[in-house]
Design a protein around this ligand. Structure first.
Ligand SMILES: C[S@@+](CC[C@H](N)C(=O)[O-])C[C@H]1O[C@@H](n2cnc3c(N)ncnc32)[C@H](O)[C@@H]1O
Length: 205
């Protein structure tokens, strides 16, 4: 749906607060081999004791848990990812699963620029984006009770690719992939997202 929301991020924040327990019950058993496969691939590229930032970790399953199991120490920060402030070249990798697309597309442009700044030269970003360009409003999202309105947004595959290229990222993964999900548990057969794993160039800026 394309109903225009006045303050989309407030819907996202409020919505996840309201359905946090239900969302966790929904997502915990959800098989996402694309996501877990990419995290496993990324971890092979990172040095021991890597500094990793995960944006929008939710309850931390499965991915934050994978990072912790890998020996990384988690510090949780509550807030809008766009308002975070870190020193330049702080992280070996920035991860964001199903989260950046909750920012309005104009803010995604700013977010990618921030991520680039926070990454060390040669650092990696791994995240997924909405496949289609535009703003999406979902009333009664997943039939959670009470009913919530959810929002997502995107530049589309070409737009996201252009943005990352212009920011000097080298794209190692740049593909719309389909995650098969457990239809018995979550009542949905597949999820399509634009997955990106990209490396910051050597330029330190
Ligand atoms: C679909 S859930 C994904 C959670 C987790 N990354 C996963 O893979 O299961 C989206 C998460 O992004 C968070 N989120 C959405 N917009 C955000 C923002 N502007 N700043 C920080 N977190 C945000 C939500 O609170 C929620 O935890």
């Amino acid at each position: 749906m394309t109903t225009k929301l006045e303050n989309p991020k407030s819907h996202v924040e409020r919505g996840y607060d309201i359905v946090a327990d239900q969302y966790l019950a929904w997502t915990s058993p959800r098989q996402t081999p694309v996501r877990t496969g990419l995290v496993t691939d990324l971890l092979k590229n990172l040095p021991a004791g890597a500094d990793v930032l995960e944006l929008g970790c939710g309850a931390g399953v499965p991915c934050t848990q994978v990072l912790v199991d890998h020996g990384l120490i988690a510090t949780l920060i509550h807030g809008d990812m766009l308002t975070l402030d870190f020193a330049q070249a702080s992280f070996d990798a920035v991860l964001a699963f199903y989260s950046i697309f909750h920012l309005p597309k104009e803010e995604q442009v700013l977010m990618i620029a921030k991520i680039k700044g926070w990454l060390k030269p040669g650092g990696w970003v791994l995240c997924n984006f909405q496949e289609d360009a535009g703003d999406m409003t979902y009333e009664g999202w997943f039939n959670f009770k009470p009913s919530i309105t959810m929002f997502s947004s995107g530049l589309g595959v070409e737009g996201t690719r252009d943005l990352l290229n212009k920011q000097g990222f080298k794209l190692a993964v740049d593909e719309v992939m389909i995650d098969e999900v457990d239809i018995e548990t979550v009542g949905q057969a597949e999820e399509r997202f634009h997955w990106v794993m990209a490396q910051k160039g050597d330029v330190h800026d």
